[in-house]
Design a protein around this ligand. Structure first.
Ligand code: MRU
Length: 373
């Protein structure tokens, strides 16, 4: 995102003011630009569950900062907490935050890094642990910025001949630290003078495409046209889409990709119409412990997200009109899995994996571990 509306800010404790994770409230965009300041773990956990902060990398960054809100000093005892108690308090915070959303692996990746810092503390260095945790969360945040930029550069090499691309959900600056994953190549090209036209799927039921992607691209001066999710086939049939580009919440070792529900049918349509289907995600979105996409846990969200239209001011948590009769059942999985075979290329901060397979994903990671001299 190139507007002055940072998704996540960290407020360090000063005097009587406690530390806080300060979030741009994504449930209210585009009607209102409001921030939600979370000073406690339950507030931050709830903000992740309610999608105040959402998008795989942003969830990881917010949770990393969230660990620093663990109530280590709130013991009723006048005695200072023992090193063991301090560590237990942080481990509990990590476990609690890990229960917020199940699909985006970036959450667990970021929490693992924070756990590593707690594990590395000794009784002698325990006093430094709070600052070390803040430093680690800040590093995760900063690294995401440079990874997004690198994905933009690599992804741009695939879109050079395109005029119009279609995207689904929101994989932009709002979903990350800055620039985004799938939107980063679009911003990169825009800065270089090649402005693409973007079709943004509405992305029912929570409208991340029409509310968030359309908002942030417009702020950046990139022309965006919102289309209902079921329109993608007709747009491709009419030759109006040069490429589909999406983010991901988790990629299995064989290259199968989990992303917002509705991504898989887009990939099928793209294959039928001979349109390239690109996935852009940092390497921390890969879960190499999962052999294939059918092992990726898929979040099931509240029925109410479908039973009611969005409430006043596009607030996704204020119930609007009834949209489904009470007698009917609804089913609301938040993500689906696209088989690797339908993916033209996966772009990471390290480069491009064309026609991904298990072997190519393994080679991509092996090259990171042993960089060419
Ligand atoms: O439920 P959400 O809004 O968190 O879903 C987000 C997505 O599906 C994004 O496409 C994905 O996290 C990639 S974001 C860089």
């Amino acid at each position: 995102m190139t507007v002055d509306a940072e998704t996540i800010r960290y407020r360090a404790a000063t005097g009587d003011t406690p530390a806080a994770v300060d979030l741009l409230d994504q449930t209210r965009i585009p009607a209102e630009l409001e921030r939600l300041v979370c000073e406690s773990l339950p507030e931050l956990h709830d903000a992740i569950v309610r999608l105040v902060v959402r998008g795989a990398p942003a969830i990881g960054i917010a949770a990393a900062y969230g660990v620093t809100l663990a109530p280590v000093d709130s013991s009723a005892s006048p005695e200072p907490a023992s090193p063991e108690d301090v560590r237990r308090c942080y481990y509990d915070a990590i476990e609690y935050l890990a229960t917020s959303r199940p699909t985006a692996v970036n959450l667990f990746w970021a929490l693992d890094r924070m756990r590593g810092i707690v594990e590395a503390s000794t009784d002698e260095t325990i006093g430094d642990l709070p600052q070390r945790l803040i430093d680690e969360a800040t590093a995760i945040h900063d690294e995401d910025r440079s990874m997004c930029r690198a994905m933009g550069k690599h992804g741009a090499t695939l879109l050079g001949d395109c005029q119009t691309v279609l995207t689904h959900c929101n994989a932009g600056g709002l979903a990350t630290s800055q620039y985004g994953t799938a939107l980063s190549p679009i911003y990169y090209l825009h800065e270089k003078g090649h402005t693409l036209n973007v079709f943004a799927d509405e992305t029912r039921p929570l409208m991340q495409g029409s509310r968030l992607t359309a908002w942030e691209l417009s702020q950046a001066g990139v022309p965006v046209t919102v289309c209902i999710d079921s329109m993608a086939g007709s747009l491709m049939q009419r030759g109006l889409v040069d490429a589909v580009i999406v983010g991901s919440d988790r990629i299995a070792e064989n290259g199968d990709v989990a992303n917002k529900i509705g991504t898989y049918p887009l990939a099928v349509l793209a294959r039928y119409h001979d349109v390239p289907f690109y996935v852009v995600a940092p390497t921390n979105t890969f879960d190499l412990e999962l052999a294939s996409g059918d092992l990726i846990p898929i979040e099931q969200r509240s029925e109410d997200e479908m039973r009611y239209t969005l409430g006043a001011d596009s607030n996704v948590h204020t119930k609007g009109r009834m949209a489904v009769p009470r007698e009917a059942s609804v089913i609301n999985p938040a993500f689906d899995v696209t088989p690797a075979d339908l993916v033209t290329a996966i772009v990471t901060e390290q480069g491009v994996i064309k026609q991904p397979t298990r072997e190519k994903v393994q080679q991509h990671f092996a090259a990171i571990q042993t960089p060419a001299s």
